[in-house]
Design a protein around this ligand. Structure first.
Ligand code: GTP
Length: 188
């Protein structure tokens, strides 16, 4: 039988212009944001870090350059889907220190037949594509979106299974607290 892989991908290719310095390297509770997000994935068959070549060293993670540098996290997803083995990819922004293994388990458990992406809704009901599951069968669709000029990551949420906040809140209340400025750091 064909076994589907489960992969983890972090996208860390941005400019951190609002943060003022590279936010992936910001230290919270003694560790880099990058290490925190990486550490809080469940075990995976492949682990990739989409970022400019040479910017980071993250042991156990395969560095992966952007297919379309500077074009945002939708382009980062294209790179990740292209590099990961066939199956599901847990895709996260490097600026989400509140993600936990329980968060990813909740999304994985929410997969339904026919779904090709799984994303949570925040407390306001907004879908959160930067901490979501994408199936590698979306490769062609994501490239087509980019070719057509699309840059919003949420456009990749095709055949999406949404997970209500009520199903996530108890296990991971800070899942969607992202770091854009130094004031957003949990220790601040
Ligand atoms: N691979 C990749 N990731 C990106 C790119 N741009 C942003 N990201 C990532 O997407 C996530 C959200 O990024 P933003 O906070 O919207 O953008 P940013 O450029 O990091 O920060 P600002 O300059 O303050 O907007 C972060 O994890 C970024 O590292 C890109 O061009 N390629």
């Amino acid at each position: 039988m064909h076994e589907e892989a489960l992969s983890a991908a972090i996208t860390a290719g941005g400019r951190s212009s609002r943060f003022g310095s590279d936010k992936a390297l910001a230290v919270i509770s003694g560790e880099r944001l990058l290490d925190r997000v990486a550490r809080r994935f469940p075990p995976a068959d492949a682990r990739v870090l989409v970022a400019p070549p040479g910017r980071y060293v993250l042991p156990g993670w395969t560095p992966l350059p952007d297919t379309r540098p500077g074009e945002g996290p939708l382009a980062g997803l294209e790179a990740a889907l292209g590099a990961c083995p066939d199956g599901w990819v847990m895709y996260a922004g490097v600026d989400l220190p509140g993600l936990t293994p329980a968060y990813w388990a909740a999304l994985l458990n929410a997969r339904t037949a026919g779904a090709r992406s799984v994303a949570g809704l925040d407390a306001s009901g907004h879908v959160q594509p930067l901490a979501a599951l994408y199936h590698t069968s979306l490769r062609g669709a994501v490239s087509a979106l980019l070719d057509a000029g699309e840059r919003r990551l949420r456009a990749a949420l095709l055949d999406v299974q949404q997970v209500p906040w009520a199903s996530l809140e108890a296990q991971c209340p800070d899942a969607y607290r992202n770091v854009n400025t130094p004031a957003d750091l949990p220790d601040a």
